[in-house]
Ligand binder design. Structure first.
Ligand code: GDP
Length: 460
């Protein structure tokens, strides 16, 4: 993920800006001793792009004579890693010598910089915003982190300054070849290939202490066979292979298998990048929740990543040994998840205790089923008979006074199931009608726990 570093002298409002941008995702902020003291990290979703936001705080107590050195020391790493630096000044205080001194240093680091004049609520600080040009960091952007003003512009600027989003490295797509459907006739029956031979790949994800490591140990037992870094896996990831009922599974793990007691372990374990990395390599994500704690924002966030990466999901409710009212717990968790995310409707659920091992044997069969659904293919004839009945039940909406004419659908891809809907001005189809179709497909064709992609293609 691209790194965005917030820098500036003490009290210009870096932390407030950080909190604004990270929002409720702040749960991800690490509080490992030694890590947070001068570096706070969070995940921010900026106009649809995830960035790792770093706040270089913790300088507030520095004695003035050592201030520059300490600013520099705490910012050095963050700036070196950054794709974009947000250089903050206090618009009300104006430009101070330490702003100038620090700006000179930051400029020399050769990173794209956005100059932020904070505390500029109302029209405050218009004068120093002009003065800020002298820093040589380009045009200042006036915001008020505290009052939430100017943030939309700021986010637009951030996205504009990020390096272009890399093409997703999709292991499964590489294995299958993404272009295989090119040149198919529109009406033609598309033949999707079967799943490739080889182990089913699983990512075990979840927030810290959900019990991922305990689950790994329960699954691997004594016969563990851990295969080291292999080509295609990142340096830090490890795959463990296991067999169940004749099928081979591979658990892709980028964090959980590592030795404990590393100083950055907590940071590592909750690192979203690690989860994304593991998800990219996997077909099925096992989302582990501590059932005694219910659903938290961070769980939803990981669930959203699973959907975004297009992976099948099996929901693992762990610590079932200490859950008191099992029915109520299960219902509360599922209700919360399905309200927030379409993919979670009807998601396969396995309850177990990783600690005692009770119920863990149900996990791999559920993974196998989820993998089948992820690879599912709906025949075009059947799909369109269903599609017509959906159109009859709810006519497509009017757009600009004219009814959209939707013609037919076809599945162009599996892993995850991906459909194209053709029609005159089909690209204008409103989201609620899309949702109606996607939810209908999920039920009718029995596609629980997988993201369903629906692409719209206008025809003449
Ligand atoms: P991770 O951060 O997700 O890898 O979580 P760990 O596997 O390190 O587990 C966190 C804590 O929860 C440890 O103290 C485990 O012993 C405990 N734990 C894990 N699974 C269970 C379970 O099924 N039941 C109970 N009661 N405790 C569990």
């Amino acid at each position: 993920l691209p790194v965005v570093a917030i820098v500036g002298r003490p009290n210009v409002g870096k932390s407030t800006l950080f909190n604004r941008l990270v929002g409720r995702r702040q749960a991800l902020v690490a509080d490992t001793p030694g890590v947070t003291r001068d570096r706070k990290e969070g995940l921010a979703l900026v106009r649809g792009r995830y960035v790792r936001l770093i706040d270089t705080a913790g300088l507030e107590e520095a004695a003035p004579e050592t201030l520059f050195g300490r600013m520099r020391a705490s910012s050095e790493g963050a700036v070196a890693d950054a794709s974009l630096v947000l250089f903050c000044i206090d618009a009300r205080a104006g430009i101070t010598p330490s702003d100038e001194h620090f700006a000179q240093w930051v400029r020399r680091q050769n990173r794209p910089i956005l100059l932020i004049a904070n505390k500029a609520e109302g029209r405050l600080g218009a004068a120093s915003a002009l003065e800020a040009y002298s820093l040589g960091l380009g045009e200042p952007l006036a915001v008020s982190a505290e009052h939430g003003e100017g943030l939309a512009d700021l986010m637009a600027e951030i996205v504009d300054h990020l390096p272009p989003e890399p093409e997703p490295v999709d292991f499964m797509a590489d294995a299958f070849g993404e272009d295989m459907f090119e040149g198919e006739g529109e009406e033609g029956e598309v033949v999707l290939p079967a799943r490739p031979p080889g182990p089913m790949r699983i990512a075990i994800v979840g927030r810290p202490n959900a019990g991922k490591s305990t689950l790994m140990n329960a699954l691997l037992g004594e016969e563990r066979m851990i295969t080291g870094p292999e080509p295609g896996l990142t340096r830090d990831s490890i795959a463990a292979t296991l067999f169940d009922d004749g099928d081979q599974f591979e658990i892709v793990d980028t964090a959980g298998l590592r030795r404990k007691a590393r100083i950055d372990e907590a940071l590592e374990k909750m690192s979203v990048s690690a989860s994304i990395e593991a998800l990219k390599m996997a077909e099925v994500a096992v989302l582990v929740l501590d059932a005694t704690l219910g659903v938290h924002e961070q769980d939803l966030q990981i669930a959203r990543l699973i959907e975004r990466e297009g992976r099948a999901c099996v929901l693992a409710l762990n610590k079932w040994d200490v859950v008191e009212d099992r029915n109520a717990t299960r219902k509360a968790i599922l209700d919360r998840l399905s309200i927030s995310l379409a993919q979670m409707r009807g998601v396969p659920v396995v309850t177990f205790s990783a600690l005692t091992g009770a119920g863990v044997q149900r996990l791999l069969p559920a993974v196998r089923d989820a993998c089948t659904v992820w690879n599912a293919r709906v025949p075009t004839g059947e799909l369109n008979r269903w599609f017509e009945s959906m159109l009859e039940r709810h006519a497509p909406p009017l757009v600009d006074g004219r009814r959209l004419k939707l013609r037919y659908m076809t599945q162009v891809k599996s892993r995850p199931p991906t459909f194209v809907l053709f029609g005159t001005r089909a690209e204008l189809l409103p989201d609620d009608y899309k949702r109606y179709l996607v939810n209908g497909m999920r039920e009718t064709f029995d596609l629980p726990g997988v993201p369903i992609r629906l692409q719209l293609r206008g025809t003449k």
